[in-house]
Design a binder for this molecule. Structure first.
Ligand SMILES: [Fe+2]
Ligand SMILES: [Fe+2]
Length: 345
């Protein structure tokens, strides 16, 4: 298979050849040398430091010539959240954690091609949604406003997708193709939408709940990546900082035109519990709206079934049991109604 490799680090040129040759034909180029004569077929592997604006610009130019390339694998070391966001925004179809991992992805692509399937590429609607999440996070980190219309568009694509193919297929695809905070946000939105549909919400209410879910963790864009992407447990100080994300999200969104009180309520209060032990406002049952109750259940479930590099996803049955065991914190009747969403085949 023809593999185009673009990097900003000269020592990686012989390294990628050593990894992929002779099984694959490798066209390895340094960023800046690759702006001409690239055939738009084969698979593209990018290993560039995406934290540097000038390199992103050069890469963007190279990628314009490769827009027809179906498979674009981006190497993001150490699960760096901002680089993952940037990779999605640049059109990555898969994010891998090391150049060596390309060996497995290429084998999957070859296998899929041999079977006449399109290959391991994220379906375009989901790629677009992930890109919308990525650009929201990038906007926040760059001090720019969040686009409510982008969030609304991404949400309606997710609603459409869940209605067409069902929640299970959606969850499987999201976990296969997306990582970290983006995976979490895509999962929460899909689960919330599935929940709203299950309990007979109107289309307008499903949409409201979906947009609140899409935006619920946007405040995490204000959390330092060393905490957000930390693979292990957070210490007490880090946990405190992490817990600032609902208020940070509320502050980011409150002045945006078209933002509704329900969405702001969902963003600020999705970690509140009926018994008053949640945060940030320690609200109790009478102060917690229905939308927030649905969102909280969806958020916890989605977090439990996430695919993470350092642990296997919890089976859906076990995750549902965790919700059932949260006595007094979640609304029992809603947890019961959630059973069909959690366990749907
Ligand atoms: Fe959250
Ligand atoms: Fe969340």
């Amino acid at each position: 298979m023809l593999v185009h490799f673009i990097t900003d680090e000269p020592t990686k040129l012989p390294a990628i050849r050593a990894i992929l040759e002779p099984r694959h034909e490798v066209m390895a180029r340094l960023l800046g040398d690759c702006d001409t004569k690239i055939e738009p077929h084969g698979v593209l592997v990018v290993d560039v430091d995406l934290r540097q604006a000038c390199r992103i610009e050069r890469l963007r130019l190279a990628l314009q010539r490769l827009s027809a390339t179906r498979h674009k694998l981006f190497v993001v070391h150490n699960q760096c959240g901002s680089m993952t966001a940037q990779a999605c925004a640049l059109g990555a179809t898969a994010v891998i954690s090391s150049a060596k991992e390309a060996v497995f992805k290429l084998a999957q692509i070859e296998e899929a091609q041999a079977a006449g399937k399109p290959g391991v590429v994220a379906p375009s609607a989901l790629t677009e949604c992930a890109a919308a999440f990525a650009s929201m996070f990038l906007a926040v980190r760059a001090g720019k406003p969040i686009s409510l219309s982008d969030a609304t568009r991404a949400t309606s694509q997710i609603i459409d997708r869940v209605q067409r193919s069902g929640l299970t297929s959606y969850l499987d695809e999201v976990r296969r193709y997306h990582e970290g905070t983006f995976q979490h946000c895509l999962l929460v939105t899909g689960v919330s939408v599935g929940f709203g549909i299950e309990i007979g919400f109107s289309a307008a209410d499903v949409s409201r709940l979906g947009i609140a879910a899409t935006l619920h963790d946007v405040g995490k864009a204000c959390i330092p990546l060393s905490i957000l992407d930390k693979p292990g447990r957070l210490d007490a100080g880090e946990d405190e900082i992490m817990k600032s994300h609902p208020v940070a999200g509320y502050d980011l969104l409150k002045d945006i035109q078209g933002m509704t009180p329900e969405i702001l309520d969902g963003v600020k209060h999705h970690h509140e519990y009926l018994d008053g032990t949640g945060y940030p406002d320690r609200l109790t049952a009478s102060k917690i709206s229905d939308l927030v109750r649905l969102l909280t259940i969806s958020d916890i479930f989605a977090a439990l079934v996430e695919q993470r590099p350092y642990r296997a996803p919890m089976p859906r049955q076990t995750a549902y049991q965790v919700l059932c065991d949260m006595n007094g914190k979640l609304e029992n009747s809603l947890v019961k109604a959630f059973r069909n969403v959690a366990l749907a085949a």
